[in-house]
Design a protein around this ligand. Structure first.
Ligand SMILES: C[S@@+](CC[C@H](N)C(=O)[O-])C[C@H]1O[C@@H](n2cnc3c(N)ncnc32)[C@H](O)[C@@H]1O
Length: 276
């Protein structure tokens, strides 16, 4: 508890992003990882394996960009640093361990930015329920011709999470307006990934699954606000909240989808069976 408070105070993070709750959110992930380390291990390893496999698809190896690098739990940083001239870790807030990584790997650089580009405006207008919510048009690195690899790593479902929570505690707005904003953050990120240069990988959780104490599925919840991924990929289950962690009755799993090279043509429409 005391260590977390010290880390909260020492971690570089703007006042606006602290107020929105990004730093607290990331420290929360760190605590949950410590408590659920065994349950999360396979998901984190499979994410790293997907990224390592994608590196083989990169004909050039100048810059690699990791969107949502966070605690680096699911990022094979040593492989990226050995493969690329420069590795750019992008997150709205970088934990102290990411700063340490830049000392260990001289070609690793941190960029602290909200990839949706809407969070600062959200913090500014949230108190006014009549002010329109911002719309995301991400551009970061789109014009950098030296970027040969990008991975969005367990970030997509998180993009609306903190903004929606912040809005729910702000002066009330119609729920449909918050949902529209959340959906637009997800859609604009998917569009952004297609506009980025180089090989692009997406790993994201797409559904939350409620499991009873006998291991049977009870319910499923969409966590992407009705948006379906336009690509098919490898899928696995992430034991996100093991039984007895939050509840004696239920565990919560996540269905994860990993698209190794989303420009390589495995769109859902392209792979859908056609009538003979
Ligand atoms: C579930 S974590 C991803 C896992 C992370 N790769 C790790 O190993 O810890 C989501 C990360 O996305 C970051 N994030 C959330 N919203 C963001 C945004 N709008 N822009 C940039 N990063 C964001 C969070 O700070 C967090 O580090």
């Amino acid at each position: 508890m005391i260590l977390e408070l010290v880390e909260y105070l020492l971690t570089p993070c703007s006042f606006a992003m602290r107020r929105l709750g990004y730093l607290r959110g990331q420290l929360g992930i760190k605590v949950r990882h410590r408590q659920c380390r065994r349950a999360w291990k396979e998901h984190l390893q499979r994410t790293q394996t997907t990224i390592r496999a994608a590196l083989l698809d990169c004909p050039q190896r100048r810059k690699a960009v990791v969107l949502g690098s966070g605690l680096l739990l699911d990022v094979p940083l040593a492989d990226l640093a050995a493969t690329f001239r420069e590795v750019i870790l992008v997150d709205v807030v970088h934990p102290l361990r990411a700063y340490l990584a830049t000392l260990r790997y001289r070609n690793v650089r941190l960029v602290s930015v909200d990839v949706s580009g809407t969070a600062a405006e959200l913090a500014r207008i949230a108190h006014d329920p009549l002010a329109p919510l911002p719309r995301a048009v991400p551009q970061l690195f789109c014009d950098d011709k030296e970027v040969d690899y990008v991975v969005s790593v367990n970030l997509l479902s998180q993009l609306p999470y903190i903004p929606a929570m912040y809005l729910s505690k702000s002066p009330p707005r119609p729920e449909s307006e918050i949902d529209d904003y959340a959906r637009s953050l997800i859609e604009s990120h998917l569009d952004y990934l297609q506009r980025l240069p180089g090989v692009v990988t997406l790993v994201t959780d797409v559904e939350k699954i409620q499991i009873d104490s006998d291991g049977h599925e009870v319910d499923r919840f969409d966590i992407l606000y009705g948006v379906t991924l336009p690509w098919s990929g490898e899928e696995w289950t992430w034991e996100h909240v093991p039984l007895k962690h939050l509840s004696r009755e239920f565990a919560y799993h996540r269905r994860v989808c990993a698209v190794r090279n989303l420009k390589s043509g495995h769109s859902k429409s392209a792979s859908a069976p056609t009538d003979a």
